[in-house]
Design a protein around this ligand. Structure first.
Ligand code: IFM
Length: 449
């Protein structure tokens, strides 16, 4: 794509945003009555975070919120996706609410609205209150009810002003990386626990949706899934069977209950004794209709029954995360979801890449990231041209931040953060996005004229 060519034009009401999450940017991890989350605890375990860092300071967004709001406005986006930290608003995950924490999010939401930016709230972007983990966390069915109370508490404060509420961000990551491989908080290594967690996340999603609607919530309600096409490494029966199973665990395990009311039987059979306990009525609750489906897309995944797929041999460009740059997979994924399920409007709630970003004389020439964004926005346009109903697109991430087990070494921001001074610098990709968004508005105005 040359710099003169820009992706197909998008509908006037298309939502363009940037995304972040609380733990990754806020810092202030014990300020103003905030309780610890499972990520505060997990970061203290030696060796689990690549650079030994944690979320104590992060981007100091808690203190720099006003300036960050101006920065978001300067980009020209019409939406900002963020998450609220449950232990910041309710330290122990039940009982007393923390007014100072709620005030912070109220300032954030009002600050967005004052700048003409629609607030897209995510309730759970992984930072479960540690006090709930001590009672079993998401493996404990009682946490489902605690989450519904939290959702209602946030609705009471912000529900009249946010455009959208997503219950969970990436249930696959929380359950599998948090509880099966244990590379993420809370660091548990049990497949049976992981599957029970996944079920409780889905159940709490449906229950929260019902409770929010009963409370009169007018915001658009949904969930955010991390999805990828899973391609077999070769045409062999073994590789294809592996790909089918991985697709079952990543895509169908979440999409089927949301839209058809059951878990995929091939996966249930494969899990055998590790399949979750499901009580009567659970599946109906999970299938509660949604207003939108959020999808986080970064790459494809390649399934191999033999030696693991080597991304360095694929010939594709790879990012600092060792993820292949594979925009055609996004078009294919969206078409497949559109064909296989009765989906509501879909949003790309995260898309972006970690690349090496040297600051040279106050500038960051991240041509690789700009190209990545252009190609993926084009992939969304391609899907739309083929009939897929898309509501918006959000870049991950507004600014460099705490990349979980990778610490601060991996930078996804379109804005560079100098962690010693907290100085924010627009990378070339941010400048490109800003221009691109201005062009969207101009063509809109031109249409009207
Ligand atoms: O940084 C994460 C985010 O929190 C969830 N989705 C993937 C991103 C990049 O790894």
């Amino acid at each position: 794509m040359s710099s003169h060519h820009h992706p197909d034009s998008f509908p006037d009401d298309f939502v363009w945003g940037v995304a972040t999450s609380a733990f990754q940017i806020e810092g202030a991890s014990a300020a103003d009555g905030k309780g610890p989350s499972i990520w505060d605890t997990f970061c203290k375990v030696p060796g689990v975070i690549a650079d030994g860092s944690d979320g104590t300071v992060a981007c100091e967004h808690y203190q720099r919120c006003e300036q960050d709001l101006d920065m978001i406005a300067k980009l020209g986006v019409n939406a900002y996706r963020f998450s609220t930290s449950w232990p910041r608003v309710q330290a122990a995950g039940s009982g007393a609410w923390n007014d100072k924490g709620l005030d912070f999010y109220e300032r954030l939401v009002d600050g967005l609205l004052a700048r003409g930016i629609a607030p897209y709230l995510t309730l759970n972007h992984w930072d479960l209150p540690q006090a709930l983990q001590e009672q079993g966390g998401w493996a404990n069915r009682d946490t489902v009810h605690r989450f519904v109370d939290y959702a209602l508490g946030m609705h009471a404060r912000l529900g009249d002003r946010v455009a959208s509420i997503a219950t969970h961000n990436e249930p696959w990551v929380m359950s599998m990386l948090g509880h099966e491989t244990g590379i993420f908080a809370p660091g548990i290594k049990s497949r049976a626990t992981a599957m029970q967690v996944a079920h409780h996340l889905m159940l709490s999603h449906g229950m929260a949706l019902r409770a929010l609607r009963d409370a009169g919530c007018q915001a658009s309600l949904g969930i955010v899934l991390n999805l990828s096409p899973i391609e077999p490494a070769t045409d062999s029966d073994a590789d294809r069977a592996k790909a089918r199973l991985e697709d079952g665990r990543l895509v169908r395990w979440y999409m089927d209950p949301l839209f058809t009311g059951s878990y995929p039987s091939d996966v249930v059979e494969h899990l055998d004794h590790d399949a979750p306990a499901v009580l009567p009525g659970d599946m109906d609750i999970i299938r509660t209709p949604m207003n939108f489906l959020g999808i986080n897309y970064y790459s494809r995944s390649v399934a191999s029954a033999g030696a693991p797929w080597d991304v360095h041999k694929s010939g594709l460009e790879i990012t600092e995360m060792d993820w292949e740059v594979y925009p055609q997979g996004l078009t294919a994924l969206l078409l497949r979801l559109h064909q296989d399920y009765p989906v509501p409007p879909m949003f790309i709630t995260e898309n972006g890449g970690a690349f090496k970003d040297p600051v040279v004389q106050g500038q960051v020439h991240d041509a690789d990231r700009t190209r990545y964004l252009q190609q993926h926005i084009q992939a969304v346009a391609d899907a739309m041209r083929q009939g897929v109903n898309m509501g918006g697109y959000m870049v991950w991430s507004l600014m460099d931040n705490f990349e979980w087990a990778s610490g601060y070494a991996k930078r996804f921001g379109i804005v560079h953060v100098d962690y010693t001074t907290q100085k924010r610098t627009f990378k070339d990709s941010a400048l490109w996005y800003q221009e691109f968004l201005a062009r969207q508005t101009t063509s809109r105005l031109a249409d009207v004229a």
